[in-house]
Write a protein that binds this ligand. Sequence first.
Ligand SMILES: [Zn+2]
Length: 466
Amino acid sequence: MSRTVIRGGLVVTAAEETAADVLVEDGKVAALAASGSECARGWTADRTIDATGKYVIPGGVDGHTHMEMPFGGTFASDTFETGTRAAAWGGTTTIVDFAVQSQGHALREGLDAWHLKASGNCAIDYGFHMILSDVNDSSLKEMDLLVDEGVTSFKLFMAYPGVFYSDDGKILRAMQRASVNGGLIMMHAENGIAIDVLVEQALAEGRTDPRHHGEVRKALLESEATHRAIQLARVAGAPLYVVHVSAKEAVAELARARDLGLPVFGETCPQYLFLSADNLAEPGFEGAKYVCSTPLRPVEHQAALWRGLRTGDLQVVSTDHCPFCFTGQKELGRGDFSKIPNGMPGVEHRMDLLHQAVVDGRISRRRWIEIACATPARMFGLYPRKGTIAPGADADIVVYDPRAQQTLSAATHHMNVDYSAYEGKRVTGQVETVLSRGVPVIDRREYTGRAGHGRFLTRETCQYLI
Ligand SMILES: [Zn+2]
């Protein structure tokens, strides 16, 4: 039996902050006791971690990543191996990635393919959502089987006609099924049919630069789709989780639905909180680094997102990590923004950027843990195994130095991508040590993990229905 004690830190969970020592036994949290108390002093251990002056927080749960995701004729540049290693460096100990159903193929085929990519390669634990690209009688039946296997959430797209797109009838059918089998429908809410018309018109008029990616993917077409998804979910009697919310008008749709008491949830991402359409307009072809969908918005949208995170109208911050190298990948869209692979790197920086928001007074420490650890764990059926520090939970624990200074840069990050979206940004706070099920993955800023340590997580259904 292996025992580790973490002594002298401030344990921060979504619920409370306490000066406590944490006893870890065989990969699980065994006990917490007030630092210096007789009880804590009595613990013996093989290993003691001194967390004096540090925070002791649950490992981050990133509910939205795309390792090795095929897109636009290329693949996201992080594999499950490099991407989960980078996640660990940034204090994230669980990812939920997306297995993809191709049109004309079974869900099972897609899920098997993603198991093959991930199995034996991950440094931290991982689960899968299933992307539904082809809603029909047989894929609807397969949804039930996947829920039983712990793949309990399904992503649909109102965008990308001809690739991932589902029309309203297909969306309604999937939602009806989810309302019976307990699956959670995740929605990419953008009116892709209308967007494609605007893309064609822009290109025909010679508006081909990266910034036009943001201009044609209009905020109104995000809010319209968000509204429509909410109404379809109401008709089906299903809960709804809207991914990567970026427009203030979309936040307003979510807020209105929640004011009606509907089980409607929203996620945003650091890129929408910290970056803006100004980045898309950077000179030359630099803006391509920031092409993702939904797109970065004019800077005034940020305030609505922060407000949503404070009021609870937005519940989760995930990364939508989907990196493509500038050289050779983003460059596919030189002269035609519609050919720039959609996605940005970020899995390594989410915990730090949100800690910076704590330092800046935008959110509290407990809200930081809530939106980055506890709520995503609940939303995706992993709580309290993940997302908190409590007896019985997996010992996924981060010792976090709230005073360390760092500068984000491609020269120092661990993601397999040749640029940083936050190049030169200074942040306060840094991960010092990371345990995954009690095993050190990062030890005082050294990588000690290994590919294959991470296990596939079978998830319960959504535990967050209010
Ligand atoms: Zn995504």
